[in-house]
Write a protein that binds this ligand. Structure first.
Ligand code: FES
Ligand code: FES
Length: 165
C-alpha cells in the first residue's frame, strides 16, 4: 500500500511572547519562518540557515534554540520568547540595556540572538564566570565587535561575580 501523503498544511497553536497564536503552516516551515514571515517578528535574524551562527536564537520552552533548525510543527503548544518579548512597558530588558551601555552592538545583526543566548545563560547561571560566558555564547557569532564588549555586558549582570578558579 502506498504511504499516506503528508498534509499540505498543518494547524499550529503556540504561545509567542505571552500571546496565544494559531495559524496554518506548511509542514516544512521552520520556527524562524513562522516568527519572521507570519508573525512579523523580524528581530530574530536569518543568517546561515544551518545552525552555525546563532542569529536566529530564541527561547523555546525556556531553552535557547536555533529557530532555523526547529520545525514549526515541533512547537505545537510550546512557549516561545523572541527578542521582542524581553522589553516591558517600553523599557529595555537589563540585558538589552547592558549591551547598549557597553557598546556591545555594532551592525546589530547578531545582537538579538546574542541577547537571547545571554538571557538563557543568566537564567541557568546568574553568576557566570568569564569562561562560562564565553562557553554560553559560543554558538553565537559576531563579525563586528571582537566579543570583548559583549562578554563585558553579560558579566556586568553577573550576580556576585563568579570566579574561573
Ligand atoms: S540562521 Fe540559524 S543558526 Fe544561523
Ligand atoms: S554587531 Fe555585527 S555581527 Fe555582531
Amino acid at each position: 500500500m502506498r504511504p499516506a501523503l503528508e498534509p499540505a498544511t498543518l494547524d499550529l497553536s503556540l504561545n509567542v511572547n505571552g500571546d496565544a497564536v494559531t495559524l496554518t503552516v506548511p509542514p516544512f516551515a521552520t520556527l524562524l519562518d513562522v516568527l519572521r514571515d507570519r508573525l512579523q517578528l523580524t528581530g530574530t535574524k536569518y543568517a546561515c540557515g544551518e545552525g552555525e551562527c546563532g542569529a536566529c536564537s530564541v527561547l523555546l520552552d525556556g531553552r535557547v534554540v536555533n529557530s532555523c533548525l526547529v520545525l514549526a510543527a515541533e512547537c505545537k503548544g510550546a512557549e516561545v520568547v523572541t527578542i521582542e518579548g524581553l522589553a516591558t512597558n517600553g523599557k529595555l530588558h537589563p540585558i538589552q540595556q547592558a549591551f547598549v551601555d557597553h557598546g556591545a552592538i555594532q551592525c546589530g545583526f547578531c545582537t538579538p540572538g546574542m541577547i537571547m543566548a545571554s538571557f538563557a545563560l543568566l537564567e541557568a547561571n546568574p553568576s557566570p564566570t568569564e569562561e562560562q560566558v564565553k562557553r554560553g555564547l559560543e554558538g553565537n557569532l559576531c563579525r563586528c565587535t571582537g566579543y570583548r564588549k559583549i562578554i563585558d555586558a553579560v558579566l556586568s549582570l553577573a550576580r556576585g561575580g563568579g570566579s574561573d578558579d
